[in-house]
Design a protein around this ligand. Structure first.
Ligand SMILES: Nc1ncnc2c1ncn2[C@@H]1O[C@H](COP(=O)(O)OP(=O)(O)OP(=O)(O)O)[C@@H](O)[C@H]1O
Ligand SMILES: [Mg+2]
Length: 281
């Protein structure tokens, strides 16, 4: 097998430093007389430079987990979240990671360029400077010539690229992407996956990526994290040692199929619990 292309630099002991650690994290939502346990005793470590994908049944707590990591939802008091070696409390995490939520949230009244530049403006960068820096990324994101259009004038794939560009412009070590390609057709999705890997390898960032698509999870990931049905916790972590750079035809190799079969069975078992399908335990 060809050499595995790794971006993260091991330290002198040959270990890759961890960027984010979650230890025993819980999140309970309290309603009128009821409680939903969304996240339960969750443990996870993400190393510098890794591309980690996260799969699990609908409603198992994936987006809640992202909200916790982004500092938008506070976890319960049990558990510790550590970023760059420092334990994070309260809303410490706000603004420390780049986050693309499940919906692209582009502003309809802002042009594409101004939507992208927003990531820098919220950091206090002057508008003209923010536009200049955003402008520089347009060719790489396949959007050159569309700077002055409005979001409704773009295709679904282009809108996703604008949202991704905005996320990349908010320069943080860790990027959270919540089903960024969920709404795209299979072909566009495949092109976007290849393109994203290319961008990731060039920008050397750490990515945590939620998807429902097992092929996508394996194709992109250094690791695939499988979550249980709600209350969501980590069921297993599969290391993907497929060589990089990866071509789309890798999905037909026996190694890929093997991993896919295993992960499919694991996710299906959890989904059956969620949907109460006959045969579920
Ligand atoms: N703000 C909230 N208040 C109350 N309950 C919430 C809140 N946010 C999420 N939940 C509940 O937490 C659980 C997990 O939701 P979450 O959005 O994290 O799931 P998910 O894994 O992202 O699902 P999907 O794959 O469908 O996007 C659900 O039962 C949901 O109803
Ligand atoms: Mg979600």
């Amino acid at each position: 097998m060809a050499t595995i292309h790794k971006l993260h630099q091991p330290d002198e002991r040959g270990q890759t430093p961890s960027l984010l650690t979650l230890e025993g994290v819980w999140k309970r939502f309290k309603g009128k007389g009821s409680e939903t346990v969304a996240v339960k005793d969750l443990n996870l470590t993400i190393s510098q430079g890794e591309f980690v994908t996260l799969i699990g049944p609908s409603g198992c707590g994936k987006s809640t987990l992202f909200n916790i990591i982004a500092g938008l939802t506070s976890p319960d008091d049990d558990g510790v979240v550590t970023l760059n070696g420092k334990a994070q409390r309260g809303d410490d995490l706000l603004g420390k990671v780049s986050f693309m939520p499940q919906r692209d949230l582009l502003f309809a009244w802002r042009t594409v360029l101004d939507n992208a530049a927003l990531a820098l403006e919220v950091e206090g960068v002057r508008k003209s400077e923010a536009r200049k820096r955003a402008q520089a990324l347009f060719p790489e994101f396949g959007l050159d010539g569309f700077q002055d259009k409005y979001p409704h004038e773009l295709s679904g794939g282009m809108r996703q690229r604008v949202a991704l560009m905005r996320t990349f412009l908010f320069e943080r070590d860790l990027i959270l992407l919540d089903e960024p390609f969920g709404a795209l057709d299979a072909l566009t999705r495949m092109m976007m996956q290849k393109w994203l890997l290319d961008i990731w390898m060039r920008h050397k960032r750490t990515v945590l990526f939620i998807t429902h698509d097992i092929d996508e999870a394996i194709f992109l990931g250094d690791k695939v994290v499988v979550m249980t049905a709600r209350p969501g916790t980590v069921k297993s972590v599969e290391t993907i040692s497929l060589p990089r750079p990866r071509d789309t035809d890798i999905v037909t190799t026996p190694e890929f199929m093997d991993i896919k079969r295993r992960l499919l069975a694991s996710v299906e078992e959890e989904s059956m619990k969620t949907f109460n399908v006959a045969g579920a335990t």
